[in-house]
Design a protein around this ligand. Structure first.
Ligand code: GDP
Length: 203
């Protein structure tokens, strides 16, 4: 998993149309705002400030691209689910994200961050359905898993794993915590597979 420490900021784009070359391999990170996406990216890359959170609802949010090497990238998609965002903007977000998931050839997998206490909200489900429809594997990270005691955590995990079957696709569910590092190496192992890393690349 030390591979992800290599991540370096490459560029920001206002929307998916501005993404550069559709080559190599990228893995996208998505989630409702406040789900713990920035923390998860920082934890995976072991960097304190790689991903920063935009705490301003409705503000123009950027897609941030982090480069791992010449051919591999992490794509941090804007957080969604702000109640205050106008419906027209939500529609635009949906259309553009749907298009990205369907058309981006270099996209090999989608990581969806969801608070372990509130998984599979409507927009999370939309996103996962689009990904499955596009034939993409999904890693559903149940974030902030440290907030539940071990018994409740297991219960929440099993509930989510059962719920994930409804998507009829390749959806892996993993409890995750940036705070206590639950599930970090398991999540990295899934990414390794998507990025076609087999260990040799580890510096
Ligand atoms: P984002 O909006 O999805 O990028 O979410 P952030 O990573 O900024 O996290 C949102 C809030 O949840 C912050 O207050 C974090 O400190 C908190 N948070 C994130 N990850 C964890 C975690 O693993 N455990 C706990 N207890 N809190 C977390």
């Amino acid at each position: 998993m030390s591979y992800y420490t290599k991540a370096k900021f490459l560029m920001s784009a206002p929307d998916i149309r501005h993404l550069k070359q559709d080559e190599g391999i990228e893995v996208a990170f998505a989630g409702r705002s406040n789900a713990g996406k920035s923390s998860a990216l920082n934890t995976l890359t072991r960097q304190k400030n790689l991903a920063r959170t935009s705490k301003t609802p409705g503000r123009t949010q950027l897609i941030n691209i982090f480069e791992l090497d010449e051919t591999r990238r992490l794509v941090d998609l804007p957080g969604y689910g702000f109640a205050q965002v106008p419906i027209a903007m939500k529609k635009k977000w949906q259309a553009s994200l749907g298009e990205y998931l369907q058309k981006r050839k270099s996209l090999r997998g989608l990581v969806v961050m969801m608070d372990i206490r509130h998984p599979f909200k409507d927009l999370d489900q939309d996103l996962i359905y689009w990904a499955v429809d596009a034939g993409l594997p999904v890693l559903a990270l149940l974030t902030k898993a440290d907030k539940l005691k071990s018994g409740k955590r297991k219960e929440a995990f099993m509930f989510a794993r059962d719920a994930a079957l409804a998507f009829n696709g390749d959806v892996t569910v993993q409890a995750f915590s940036s705070l206590s590092k639950i599930g970090v190496s398991e999540a990295a192992a899934v990414l390794d597979k998507w990025f076609e890393l087999n260990g040799e690349e580890d510096a």
